[in-house]
Design a binder for this molecule. Structure first.
Ligand SMILES: NC(=O)c1ccc[n+]([C@@H]2O[C@H](COP(=O)([O-])OP(=O)(O)OC[C@H]3O[C@@H](n4cnc5c(N)ncnc54)[C@H](OP(=O)(O)O)[C@@H]3O)[C@@H](O)[C@H]2O)c1
Length: 402
């Protein structure tokens, strides 16, 4: 803390989240913060703040002695990693919202926290405004959690909701979502399930202590969905949601991202448009669902603000579950060895031609439907074989768990 008894912060990134944080910080009646500098990239952009606050040189911030907290909200994963690790090594606590960076480099970031004793906290990286990471970390620290499921990406939930409620096809709604700022011009990270994957990996650390690499966890998205799939769901009284899930299975975990048909009595069924939800199931608490705005400037800014505020009382994650798992595993996190991948999963698969299914280990066909417009099967499929579809831009099949 600085002499004026205000927390002294520097921001990296002044885009959607950075400006959101700036606004909520300026409206906070409780948290007194001094913003020392704002690091950005593009000198040609006009800024809405005092130009002396802006810097294009990261060392202008990282070498300062009067900054308590660095708040990292940039889009470049490798630069974000460099900024976050250097800040901790230079004695600063860090708040980050960059889920891809956090999930990709989690092991290294955990080590730097251990070495430096500095805090790295990241509530804004998963679930938008829902305070889920600290809830898993604090409230559920002793509870035996059995599973966690979430709608973790506002863009895809917005697209799925509008397709269903407005009877529109994917391309039309995606274009509309891009025009109105609900989807990026390049929507791949969202629609192919990567954004949900990074968040699911971070939530799995705090729910179960398991540290996974993005390449080891299956993510299937909604990029190949068509209105035919939505119509099929509607006829059965179901909805399709993109869900990140992590569940205990004996000593192992089933962790993956996949579209799923959900029933009307499922809490996630009611979660519409850009809202996110996380359902946690514990041995004693049973099911609890947390719902809130999943992304955007102010909702994410408020989660980041809450982290900055937590640092004023020296908060850091205790990582109790991670430490326990390491202890049980000779001092090392089991990582992907803790993943169960050898099981059958029942899925709906819509395809154009039977050859589209060649890479899949189809074990048992439950239902088959063929028409000039639509072909689909419902089948039990070897889970591992679905990895052939992960991030596969050539595949045109749509898969959803039933
Ligand atoms: N948008 C959301 O709702 C949301 C929600 C949760 C988490 N996040 C995460 O928060 C981070 C920021 O997202 P955003 O939506 O705010 O992105 P954005 O609107 O595109 O803004 C990105 C900001 O990062 C700056 N930047 C990029 N590379 C940089 C570098 N190498 N050095 C310094 N500054 C750099 C940009 O600088 P210029 O201004 O100079 O271009 C810009 O100010 C991302 O990791 C994202 O995944 C976003």
């Amino acid at each position: 803390m600085s002499q004026e008894n205000k927390i002294s912060v520097a921001l990296f990134g002044f885009g959607c989240v950075g400006q959101g944080l700036y606004d909520v910080l300026n409206h906070s009646e409780v948290l007194q913060a001094n913003i020392r500098k704002i690091g950005v990239k593009d000198p040609s952009k006009k800024r809405s703040v005092d130009p002396t606050l802006i810097t294009y040189d990261k060392n202008d911030i990282l070498d300062r002695k009067d900054v308590d907290v660095v708040v990292e909200m940039i889009t470049d994963t490798d630069d974000a990693y460099q900024i976050v690790t250097t800040a901790m090594k230079n004695g600063m606590n860090v708040v980050s919202a960059s889920k891809k960076m956090l999930a990709t480099y989690f092991e290294e970031l955990y080590r730097v926290q251990e070495e430096t004793g500095k805090a790295l906290i990241y509530e804004g990286s998963a679930g938008g405004s829902i305070p889920i990471i600290r809830t898993l970390e604090e409230y559920y620290d002793n509870e035996l959690l059995s599973s966690l499921r979430g709608i973790l990406n506002g863009t895809t939930n917005y697209i799925l909701t509008r397709m269903e409620l407005e009877n529109k096809d994917y391309g039309v709604v995606l274009k509309d979502a891009q025009d109105s700022g609900f989807a990026e011009l390049d929507p791949w990270m969202d629609v192919a399930g990567f954004d949900t994957l990074y968040k699911t990996i971070l939530l799995s650390v705090h729910a179960f202590g398991v540290v996974l690499k993005p390449e080891d966890v299956l993510n299937l998205g909604i990029q190949n969905i068509s209105f035919a799939d939505i119509r099929y769901a509607k006829e059965k009284g179901l909805r399709i949601k993109l869900i990140g899930s992590a569940a205990k299975s004996g000593d192992k975990f089933r962790i993956y991202v996949m579209p799923r048909f959900v029933r009307a009595d499922d809490e996630l069924y009611k979660v519409l448009y850009e809202y996110n939800a996380v359902e946690v199931e514990g041995a004693f608490s049973c099911k609890q669902t947390f719902v809130g705005k999943g992304a955007g400037s102010h909702p994410t800014g408020s989660a980041v603000l809450s982290d900055v505020s937590a640092l004023t009382y020296n908060y850091k994650y205790a990582y109790k579950k991670l430490r326990k798992l390491e202890k049980q595993n000779n001092g090392k996190n089991p990582g992907s060895a803790a993943l169960e991948t050898d099981f059958s999963i029942r899925v709906y698969i819509r395809f154009a031609d039977k050859s589209d299914l060649a890479s899949l280990d189809i074990r048992n066909v439950i239902e088959e439907y063929k028409s000039p417009e639509v072909n689909f099967i419902i089948a039990d499929v070897g889970f591992k074989s679905l990895f052939a579809l992960k991030g596969n831009r050539d595949s045109k099949v749509f898969v959803a768990e039933v």
